[in-house]
Design a protein around this ligand. Structure first.
Ligand code: TMP
Length: 212
């Protein structure tokens, strides 16, 4: 039987640079001969990408917080069943740009949904499935917003106020504090090369740990 693949997630507020760093993680792993699948949430599957389009549509400003939460988990259920689980079972490592920590940070921290309710859905959709490693790209909200603002027109989340992202950031840091084994915080407010160096160090340390 093949050894199961590992599941690695990247998290952070907008403008944290995680999409750029996903390529760094991928190349670190591939240099070690690991088969890697990269994907993202919300999305990652045909149905999930359609749900993503709904979730990010700036015209849908009035969406209820619970609808947003349930759509995140609907996309996740599809993603897990169709893409993530089959890859892991085939020994492929999955690198995912955001996962359930984003739900705790955005729908919990940002929108104020009780974390216990999110935990119920997490249990229902994922059972005991959790990432093996999470890289949390942390930076001041103002820096993140300035970086994200240089890209395309803002989506529904990017149009939120600064205080929303402050709450999201606080939510993420709380997750890191309660899950020190799984979550490694990367200081992302520094020049990109320095962020990449931290990422390479963390991935190398993880590979060593699982080799033991
Ligand atoms: P992205 O722009 O990083 O791809 O993420 C899309 C947006 O979706 C981002 O603003 C964060 C948000 N999001 C949530 O609010 N909850 C979630 O569970 C996930 C996965 C993303």
């Amino acid at each position: 039987m093949k050894t199961k693949g590992k599941f690695i997630t990247l998290e952070g507020i907008e403008g944290a640079g995680k999409t750029t760093q996903l390529a760094v993680v991928q190349s670190c792993l591939e240099e070690q001969g690991v088969d890697v699948l990269t994907t993202r949430e919300p999305g990652g599957s045909p149905i999930g990408e359609r749900i993503r389009a709904l979730l990010l549509d700036p015209d849908l400003k009035g969406i209820a917080a619970d609808t947003e939460l349930l759509l995140m988990f609907a996309a996740r259920a599809e993603h897990l069943e169709k893409k993530i689980q089959p890859a892991l079972e085939n020994g492929i490592w999955v690198l995912c740009d955001r996962f359930t920590d984003a739900t705790y940070a955005y729908q919990g921290g940002g929108r104020g949904i009780e974390l216990e309710r999110i935990a119920l859905l997490e249990e229902y959709v994922q059972d005991s499935m959790r990432p093996d490693l999470t890289l949390l790209f942390d930076l001041p909200v103002a820096t993140g917003i300035a970086r994200a603002g240089r890209r395309s027109a803002p989506d529904r989340f990017e149009s939120e106020a600064v205080c929303f992202f402050e709450d999201v950031r606080t939510g993420y840091l709380a997750i890191a504090q309660s899950n020190p084994e799984r979550v490694r915080v990367i200081e992302a407010g520094v020049p990109v090369e320095q962020v990449s160096d931290q990422v390479r160090r963390q991935v190398t340390a993880f590979l060593k740990e699982i080799d033991r």
